[in-house]
Design a protein around this ligand. Structure first.
Ligand SMILES: [Zn+2]
Length: 285
C-alpha cells in the first residue's frame, strides 16, 4: 500500500489529448458537449476524496443521447492505452518511476492501470488520470469491478494516502508438517477505527495473506541452502544478524511493510528457526 507520485496531467489534459484531432468529428462534437459533465465529475471526485468519502460518488451515466457510456470508456482503450495514440503520454507518465505494484508490493513495474473507481460503473471517470493507478495483474483481477458503498470499503488511494511510516504488516511462522507463514494486519497506534477496517478490508480483498504466504515460502526455499550454511559456520547470532540485515535492506526507503522485509524480520525473531530449526528447512521444502 505504497504512495505514488501525484499525476502531473490534469483531467482537462487527458480530455484534450483524447479528443484532439479525432477523425470521427461527430463523436468529437458529442464529446465536447459532455466535457462540462466530465469536469464536474472530476471536481466531485476531488471533493469527496479530500473527505475520504468516495463511497458517496454516485453512479451516474453520461447524459443520455449525447455520448454512450461505451463510447466514453472507449477513449481509455483506444486512446490512453493505444500505443498509436498521442494520449498514450498519459499512460506513460502514470507508469514512469513506478517500480512495484502499490497495492501488494510485487515487483517489477506493474503492467497495467486500474480504475480506482471502476470504469464499468463510473464511465465518466474512465480517462481521468487521478482515477488511473498502475497495478499488477493479480491485484487488478482481484479488485475487479468492486467499488465502495461504505466508508470502510474504500481502497487506499496511492496518489493520496500512505500508511508506510509505521509497521502494520506482521507475520508468524508455524512449523507442523509444513512451514507456513501467516501474514496479518495489526493496526498502528495512529489509526482510527475506520482506517483499520479499510486496511483489513483491502488486505482480505487482495488476498494478501495467501499471496504473501506463497511468496515468502518461495523466497525461503531460494535461500535455504545459504541460511543453513550460514548457521553451520556462524551459529544463531550469525544467522540472526544476517536475517536482520536482509530485513533492514529490503525495508529501506519507507518499505517497512514490504512483504519481503516482514518475512526476514519474522525469521530473525523466531527462536525455533534461529536456534537450529533452519537445519530442518530442506526437509520442509
Ligand atoms: Zn499487486
Amino acid at each position: 500500500m505504497w504512495k505514488l507520485a501525484y499525476p502531473a496531467s490534469s483531467a482537462e489534459d487527458a480530455f484534450e489529448l483524447c479528443t484532439d484531432g479525432m477523425r470521427r468529428t461527430d463523436l468529437r462534437n458529442r464529446l465536447m458537449n459532455v466535457k462540462a459533465d466530465y469536469v464536474a465529475a472530476k471536481e466531485k471526485f476531488q471533493e469527496l476524496k479530500k473527505q475520504n468519502e468516495l463511497h458517496l460518488f454516485s453512479i451516474t451515466n453520461i447524459p443520455a443521447g449525447l455520448v454512450a457510456n461505451d463510447e466514453f470508456i472507449g477513449l481509455y482503450d483506444e486512446k490512453i492505452r493505444s500505443k498509436k495514440s498521442k494520449a498514450r503520454v498519459i499512460f506513460s507518465e502514470l507508469m514512469r518511476d513506478v517500480d512495484r505494484c502499490p497495492l501488494c508490493g510485487k515487483t517489477p513495474k506493474p503492467p497495467t492501470l486500474d480504475h480506482h473507481l471502476p470504469k464499468s460503473k463510473f464511465p465518466i471517470l474512465a480517462i481521468y488520470p487521478q482515477n488511473l493507478v498502475p497495478v499488477c495483474h493479480e491485484c487488478n483481477g482481484l479488485k475487479g469491478d468492486t467499488f465502495p458503498t461504505l466508508e470502510t470499503e474504500q481502497i487506499l488511494h496511492p496518489y493520496y494516502e500512505s500508511i508506510e511510516n509505521e509497521q502494520w504488516l506482521f507475520a508468524s511462522l508455524t512449523e507442523n508438517e509444513t512451514l507456513t507463514f501467516n501474514f496479518s494486519v495489526q493496526a498502528a497506534s495512529s489509526w482510527d477505527v475506520s482506517l483499520t477496517k479499510r486496511v483489513q478490508n483491502q488486505f482480505d480483498l487482495l488476498k494478501l495473506n495467501e499471496r504473501y504466504g506463497v511468496w515468502a515460502s518461495v523466497e525461503l526455499s531460494d535461500v535455504a541452502e545459504t541460511l543453513i550454511d550460514l548457521y553451520n559456520r556462524t551459529g544463531t547470532s550469525g544467522l540472526r544478524n544476517h536475517l536482520l540485515s536482509q530485513a533492514s535492506s529490503r525495508g529501506r526507503r519507507n518499505r517497512l511493510n514490504y512483504w519481503m522485509a516482514v518475512t526476514y524480520r519474522t525469521l530473525a525473531t523466531n527462536q525455533w528457526f534461529c536456534n537450529g530449526g533452519v537445519l530442518e528447512l530442506l526437509a520442509f521444502l
